[in-house]
Structure formats: C-alpha cells, structure tokens
Design a protein around this ligand. Structure first.
Ligand SMILES: [Zn+2]
Ligand SMILES: [Zn+2]
Length: 296
C-alpha cells in the first residue's frame, strides 16, 4: 500500500482515519497529536523539569525519545529519566534503562525498594504470596518514584501510558463497579509531583511502531508476578470490539476524563505522613504496608 499523503510505501493503516501512512507521515501524525495533547493540557511549561518514568519497555522508551527530541531546543525545559528497581528478578533490569537514558543523552536517576524500605518485591512475595503483589508494588513504587524524581529536582513525572492502557483502566473500573475511582478527582498534595501522560491519545500499536522506527535497546518484559486477569480480558474485549468500532478506545478515554470532574476533590485528611514524612492523601498506605510486612 502507498501513503495517502505522498505515495511512498505505507508502514501503517489507521482504521479510525482511513489513512495509509509512510514512515515520515506516520511520525509527523503521531508527534503532532502528542504535541497537541501537551498544549491542550498545559502540561509542559518554561522552567519544567520532566522526570520520565522509564521502565525499559517500548512506551516509556518512546516517550523519552519524543520528549527529548521535541524539547531539545528549549533551554528552559529539562528532560531526564528515573527508574525504580522493585527487586523482581528476571524482570527489572536497571542496566537496560541506564543504556536507554545514555543513548538518549539524558541524565539517569535510580532508586530501589531495598534501599528505601529494606525489602524487595521478591521478598514481599515470599512472605505474602503473589495475590496482592501488584498493590504492594504500585503503592510502594509510587512513593519511591515521587521522592526520587522530586529529590532530582523534577516538577512533573511523565508516564508512557497509551490510549489502550487508559481505555482499559476506565473499562475495568466500570466492570468492577468502582464509581469512586471513576468519579473522584485526584487532589493536588504538596510534595506529590503532578503526573502527565503525553501518549494518552495514541493507540498502543502506533507507539510500538514509533518505538521500533526511532529507538533501540528497549525490551518488552512481562512481570512474573502480574497475572491481572481482568486487564487481560478487557484488553481482548476492547481490541475485538474496536475492530468494528474504531472510535471506542477514544470514547472510553473521554468518558473517564469527563466523569472525573463529577465529585470535587476531598479536602479532608492529612497531607504529610507523620511517620515517613512523605506526601499522602489521608492515611499512609506505604507505612501501613511496611508495618504489616514487619509483623511476620
Ligand atoms: Zn507519506
Ligand atoms: Zn508514611
């Protein structure tokens, strides 16, 4: 197939636009959309230092490449990478992330569960089994990532989440009947860096193609403890349904964002944990988990 814009060989067919795109026109199309999202959300401003949460996979590697390329000429904006080592053998590889940051020409910061909490995720799974490993990991990682990025001078944290991730999350909350998560706005807390998701409108397969065309050194690895059955099911359902209804993932993204303005942010509760001194919303889940882990 030929590109709908220039008659070179196409590398992608976009069902939702009906266009075939060559490498150059695909790249322009994707980057234009991401820049538009960043502008519309007011996400990156003069003086910002953006910490990219780098996992070593395609999404965050592509995001680091995009941000560096787009803002390289801006002396008033800094981009760097942060990777958290949860201590999951055979999964998280700090060296891969360090190499990606180095070839991208950005600074690299890293921290581990072991040095922050005195325990690795492997050890948590040994104690507690792997049923709740994702909630331990998510809660603990969020605090270390926030602290490491903040100590490095970051003003915001950028995540590589794509359209598929976002649509799946909304759909999962619907299927769980979790109205609170769907409706509640996240309250800004002092010391908790705002999170930005520049790829939120780009389908996963386009991010995969963009990563393949422009970056190297990344590795897609599945976490050995992650058997999130609901997400896998939802992913399958959405991909199938989206085939005949190509706007579905965008519709879910929009629905999630519209619903979030429903309930105003809850202003009760402490803003700093008395035990660990980190920003929290209400009670500190990190300290709760650590206390529980030390009991046995
Ligand atoms: Zn073209
Ligand atoms: Zn705490």
């Amino acid at each position: 197939m030929k590109c709908s814009k220039c008659k070179r060989d196409a590398v992608l067919f976009q069902r939702y636009s009906g266009m075939h795109l060559c490498e150059e026109h695909f790249t322009i199309d994707l980057e234009t959309k991401v820049k538009k999202t960043i502008r519309k959300e007011g996400w990156i401003k003069s003086g910002d230092k953006i910490a990219v949460a780098l996992s070593g996979g395609k999404d965050s590697t592509a995001l680091l490449y995009f941000l560096k390329k787009t803002f390289a000429i801006r002396r008033d904006i800094e981009i760097f990478a942060v990777t958290i080592d949860e201590g999951i053998s055979g999964y998280r590889d700090i060296k891969i992330c360090e190499n990606i940051a180095e070839s991208g020409g950005v600074k690299f910061h890293t921290a581990s569960f072991k040095e922050h909490f005195g325990i690795t995720l492997n050890e948590i799974v040994q104690k507690k089994g792997d049923i709740n490993s994702c909630s331990y990991c998510g809660v603990l990682r969020r605090q270390v990532l926030n602290k490491t990025a903040r100590d490095a001078g970051a003003t915001k944290i950028a995540y590589g989440f794509n359209l598929d991730d976002e649509a799946q999350s909304v759909m999962m909350n619907v299927l769980r009947g979790d109205a609170v998560t769907l409706l509640r706005k996240e309250k800004p807390v002092l010391g908790m860096l705002p999170r930005i998701k520049p790829f939120k409108t780009i389908p996963e397969r386009e991010i995969a193609l963009y990563a393949r065309l422009h970056t190297e050194g990344y590795e897609e690895r599945g976490c050995p403890y992650s058997h999130n059955a609901l997400r896998a099911d939802v992913r399958g359902i959405l991909n199938q349904y989206n085939y005949s209804h190509p706007a579905t993932k965008y519709a879910l993204l929009n629905l999630g964002e519209k619903l979030k303005s429903g309930i105003p942010a809850d202003n009760s509760g402490a803003e700093t944990c008395a035990a660990c001194g980190e920003p929290v919303f209400g009670t500190c889940r990190v300290c709760g988990m650590l206390k529980e882990l030390k009991k046995e």
